[in-house]
Design a protein around this ligand. Structure first.
Ligand SMILES: [Fe+2]
Ligand SMILES: [Fe+2]
Length: 273
């Protein structure tokens, strides 16, 4: 699958409602929590890969890495802009939490580069699974989004699918340790849900929704029910522990083709580097 960095033309703005997911607090705040992890998280992915850029021999992979960095840089910028809107809506606490995560991630990338790359590879598998979960049931996840947000999430999901194999390929070429991949996968399986949960709780508390029983009941089914968003990710994530796992073995390219056909008017292609 070729990797095509894009720039979108529609963004969330100050006039976009706070409860932008079908007017529902729990779900809107959950996706705000997810969005708030992207700016620092994706800068960490780029740092982790850059540590090994010089060791990559494969010419095709070098090009993919440059395009991956371009895509993630653009994603960080969009979600940074979303963070600024969240600031104006009174959710500035997300920045405080991100500051701590940033320190931890910068330290890991600097002093444990092989582990940082393994963690990045595991999280990239999560983002690719989340992308497919969103796109395979648009009626449930994308249609309820306010139109100012829908393009951002759809575009980000498509580009995560496009570059889902890049960090894995870099890891296999530069590090190639199954044990390290396994340990990193366990770490991500614990830390990532925890980070999301804490952020989501902060946001619910700020909105006075911490004890909204109806919201929790609906939200738990939305996230952790049989067809729940997190349930789907958890099921797919288990594949990452297999020794012969390779993200390229699953073909999700139809989602990219559909996006290009439907939203061609709403984005432009960027130069790769
Ligand atoms: Fe991304
Ligand atoms: Fe990514």
């Amino acid at each position: 699958m070729s990797i095509v960095p894009r720039k979108i033309s529609r963004h969330p703005n100050a006039a976009t409602p706070t409860y932008w997911f079908d007017g529902k607090g729990f779900e809107s705040l959950f996706f705000n929590a997810v969005s708030s992890t992207f700016p620092e998280g994706e800068r960490f992915f780029v740092l982790s890969v850059r540590n090994f850029a010089e060791q990559i021999q494969d010419e095709g992979l070098k090009i993919d890495v440059a395009r991956f960095m371009r895509q993630e840089g653009q994603h960080s910028r969009e979600h940074d802009a979303h963070m600024r809107i969240l600031d104006t809506q009174g959710f500035g606490m997300l920045r405080q939490v991100s500051r701590f995560d940033r320190l931890l991630m910068r330290w890991t990338a600097k002093f444990l580069p092989r582990y940082a790359l393994a963690v990045t590879t595991a999280v990239e598998h999560v983002t690719a699974l989340a992308a497919v979960a969103l796109l395979e049931n648009e009626a449930k996840y994308l249609d309820p989004m306010h139109e100012d947000y829908r393009l951002m999430w759809h575009w980000h999901a498509v580009e995560e699918i496009e570059h889902k194999a890049v960090t894995f390929d870099v890891f296999e070429e530069a590090v190639g340790s199954y044990t390290l991949r396994f340990i990193a996968a366990l770490y991500v399986a614990v830390i990532f849900p925890l980070i999301l949960f804490i952020r989501h709780l902060f946001l619910l508390a700020k909105e006075g929704l911490l004890f909204d029983v109806a919201g929790w009941r609906r939200g738990m089914s939305f996230l952790l029910g049989r067809e729940g968003f997190l349930t789907k990710i958890a099921v797919g994530y288990s594949r990452f522990f297999r020794r012969n796992f390779n993200p390229a073995n699953t073909d999700d390219s139809r989602y990219v083709v559909e996006f290009e056909e439907r939203y061609g008017m709403h984005f432009s292609h960027l130069p790769a580097a």
